[in-house]
Structure formats: structure tokens, C-alpha cells
Design a protein. Structure first.
Length: 436
């Protein structure tokens, strides 16, 4: 039996924004050094010992004793798994995959060149990375939606080989729904490896697992620390923290919808944060009542309760302008504008990972189906990070061409700048061409 929920309430959000930020920051803990040290040891071991280290960690952490030849999921395993998945679920995955692909195709960039003036050509080459590593977590649940969201942008970008790494279950297998999603999305190779050792294997390569150019996808604290440590050896998407949602509502907003959406985020993790910001204090009371009523019928009510009481917030502000200021200061991962005229407010939103407009656009539509990516910046990093996209899986090179005449015309400026920085060999590199 769930006791009455006790969710923190803040008045005058402008004055108390520091309190909100402090609450969100506290979810990551004050001391990550112990996790970073463990991850560093795992990385070092896998880099030095390859498959042997991966197999040892898989035995220790997952309780599965594989041979190196058993790490990779076979085509037969995939076919068997797909047959076990409900046909309606397969259909839903395919529909979601089509929406995700359609959205991400619009993000494709291009190579270009421009004749600036006679004798000068500049341009950009845009080309996909060769190999991408996609990490798909296990643990609390299987997330086939994360497979679609991480693999499809890489496919759209033109990545040659996509390698998926995911921890095995207690029987040494991968969830059938994960394999079904991987099959639909177009994963090339799948390995039954999780944790920091999976990140290490993808970053450095082993005898069995190929090294990649980028590692994307969420994971636990050890996965996050490992990704942080291999950044520079490979590219990564971001260091994702606990999830959050912020809902802006007004007097006439539906309290039942708001309560349902707050709990849909809270069920992810006890560290998830669900925040309501409104200029209608009477709405807060109605939402609290709905939370009490709806939570009783949910499977993960204990997780939801812990999340809401530890990191949930009801923020009362004086007007919509104050609510928007609070949103931009918090920079939430998910933002719902549960108001009558959300498009009028959209231009004022500066910082948010993904934005859901109107009362009939709940966050789960974005999580699973609509098309925009659900791998999003957390912990206020939407101030400077963006959702996972096609652009993460490509790289750019600039190019220039100067004719002799064009270089002669520019030489005085280039020499002046080089000598101004004290680099006379740079100046000489231009001068010698002018004189010859």
C-alpha cells in the first residue's frame, strides 16, 4: 500500500532556482572518483588483454562463462528471437522505425565547394564515420526503442558498420525484443557484452570485437565513466545522467494528464526527476490528488514514489514569463508545454532537449514513436548539448585551393599575420612562393 505522496513544493521559482538546480545536481552524487577509478582499471585491463579480460568481467559481473566465439550473436539466434516477438510489437517497431528514419533524413548534411573568386576555391567534405558502436543497456528493463534511436541515425548518416553491445541475461542471451529492434534497424554485428568492459572493447578493439570510431547510447554509472575516459580515443555522444521531465501548465490544463506524464518519467529510475511549473497554484493540488489516485494501479509504484518524493518538484510561479525563465534556467531533458497555445510560447524556449507541444503530445510519444531522437542531454546540459543526431555520425574536412596569382595577392596579409605571431617559417613558406 502506497502511503500519501510527499512532493517538494517551491513558491516564487525565480528566487529559488538555485534550489531546483541543486536538487537536480544531487542525483549524480558528489564523488564520482570511485566509479571512475574502477572504470579506468577495466579499460586498462581490456586494452592490455582483449578478449580474455572481457570474458573474465562477463563471468564476474553477469555470471556467464562464455568462450570468445560465443560473444557474438549469430544470425540463427536473431531469427529465433524475432519469431518469439508478438507480431503487433514487430509492427509497432517498424512503424516507429519509419518515423525515426523520416525525421533523421532531414538532418543529413552535404559536401560543398565554392568559387570564391577567380583562383580561389573553398569547400567542405562531409563523410560518415566508418564504424559506430551502439551501447544498449540491460538491467531494469529491455529498451528496443533505444536500439532504433541510436542505430537509425547512424544508418542514415551512411556509417559502414554498426556494432551493438548489450549485456546478456541470466541465460547468456539477449532479449528477443532487443534483437528484433536490431534486425529492423539494420545492426551489422551484435555482442553479448555490457558494462565498462563493453565500452573498452569498442574503443580499443579485441581479437573478437572490432574497435569503432564513436560510441553512443546510455548506460549505468560505470558505462558513463568509461565513455568519459575513452573520449579522445573515440568520439562519444554525451555523458548522460538520470532522466528528467519538466511540464509547464496553466489553470485550464488537465491535471490527470499532467500526473500521468510526471509518473511516466518517474518510473524510469528512482533518480529520475519530474517537475511541474505553473502559475496556477490550484492546479498543483489537483495534480497531487491525481497522483495519489493513479499511482495505485501502476506496476512500478515503489520506484515512482521514491523518484517523486526524492526528486519531484511542484514549482509555483507568478506568470508564464516566470515559468519560461525557469525552464531556460533548468534546461530540462524533456519539456512539455501543456498549455492551450504552445506554439506561441515555443520561440521563448532556449534550453530543452526535446519539446512536446500541447496536452495531446505526451513524452512517451517522443520516447517511442514520433521521430525526434530520445537520446537527450540531461542535468541542464541542454544549455550546450543537443539530442543524438545524424550529425554525430559524420565528420567534416575543409579544403582550399589558391592559384599562384591568388596567393601573390594574399601573401602580404598572410606574411604580416605570421610574423605578428613570431612564426617566421610560416611567413617564409608564403614568401618563397611569391619570390619564385
Amino acid at each position: 500500500m502506497i502511503k500519501m505522496l510527499k512532493i517538494k513544493r517551491i513558491k516564487d521559482g525565480r528566487k529559488n532556482v538555485a534550489q531546483v538546480k541543486e536538487l537536480l545536481d544531487s542525483r549524480s552524487g558528489d564523488n564520482l572518483s570511485q566509479y571512475r577509478e574502477i572504470a579506468a582499471d577495466i579499460l586498462k585491463n581490456v586494452k592490455a588483454n582483449g578478449d580474455q579480460a572481457v570474458l573474465e568481467y562477463t563471468s564476474r559481473f553477469d555470471g556467464i562463462k562464455f568462450k570468445a566465439s560465443e560473444l557474438e550473436v549469430t544470425e540463427a539466434e536473431i531469427k529465433t528471437a524475432v519469431k518469439k516477438v508478438d507480431k503487433d510489437f514487430i509492427k509497432a517497431l517498424k512503424n516507429a522505425a519509419a518515423n525515426i528514419e523520416e525525421f533523421h533524413v532531414e538532418q543529413k548534411d552535404r559536401s560543398w565547394q565554392k568559387l570564391k573568386k577567380p583562383g580561389i576555391i573553398t569547400g567542405q567534405i562531409c563523410q560518415p564515420l566508418k564504424k559506430a558502436g551502439v551501447y544498449v543497456p540491460g538491467g531494469r528493463a529491455a529498451y528496443p526503442s533505444s536500439v532504433l534511436m541510436t542505430v537509425i541515425p547512424a544508418k542514415v548518416a551512411g556509417v559502414e558498420e554498426i556494432v551493438m553491445l548489450t549485456p546478456p541475461d541470466q541465460e547468456g542471451k539477449v532479449s528477443p525484443v532487443i534483437l528484433a529492434a536490431a534486425d529492423i534497424a539494420g545492426v551489422d554485428r551484435i555482442f553479448k557484452v555490457g558494462g565498462a568492459q563493453a565500452v573498452a572493447a569498442a574503443a580499443y578493439g579485441t581479437e573478437t570485437i572490432p574497435g569503432v570510431d564513436i560510441i553512443v547510447g546510455p548506460g549505468n554509472i560505470y558505462v558513463s565513466m568509461a565513455k568519459e575516459l575513452v573520449f579522445g580515443q573515440v568520439k562519444i555522444d554525451m555523458i548522460a545522467g538520470p532522466s528528467e521531465i519538466m511540464i509547464m501548465a496553466e489553470k485550464d490544463s488537465n491535471p490527470a494528464f499532467i500526473a500521468a506524464d510526471l509518473m511516466s518519467q518517474a518510473e524510469h529510475d528512482p533518480l529520475a526527476s519530474s517537475i511541474l511549473v505553473t502559475d496556477a497554484p490550484e492546479l498543483i493540488k489537483e495534480v497531487e490528488k491525481e497522483l495519489e489516485e493513479q499511482i495505485t494501479g501502476l506496476n512500478k509504484k515503489e520506484i515512482i514514489k521514491e523518484s517523486l518524493e526524492s526528486f519531484g518538484l511542484m514549482i509555483e510561479v507568478e506568470d508564464q514569463q516566470a515559468a519560461l525563465e525557469m525552464i531556460n534556467l533548468v534546461a530540462p531533458e524533456h519539456l512539455e508545454l501543456a498549455v492551450k497555445n504552445p506554439f506561441e510560447l515555443l520561440p521563448a524556449v532556449e534550453n530543452a532537449g526535446s519539446i512536446f507541444l500541447g496536452e495531446y503530445t505526451p513524452e512517451p510519444v517522443g520516447d517511442y514513436y514520433a521521430g525526434p531522437n530520445h537520446v537527450l542531454p540531461t542535468n541542464s546540459t541542454a544549455r550546450f548539448f543537443s539530442p543524438l543526431s545524424v550529425r554525430d555520425f559524420v565528420k567534416y574536412s575543409g579544403f582550399i585551393h589558391y592559384s599562384q596569382e591568388a596567393l601573390n595577392e594574399a601573401s602580404a596579409d598572410v606574411i604580416c599575420l605570421a610574423e605578428g605571431e613570431g612564426l617566421d617559417a610560416h611567413a617564409n613558406s608564403v614568401r618563397i612562393r611569391k619570390e619564385n
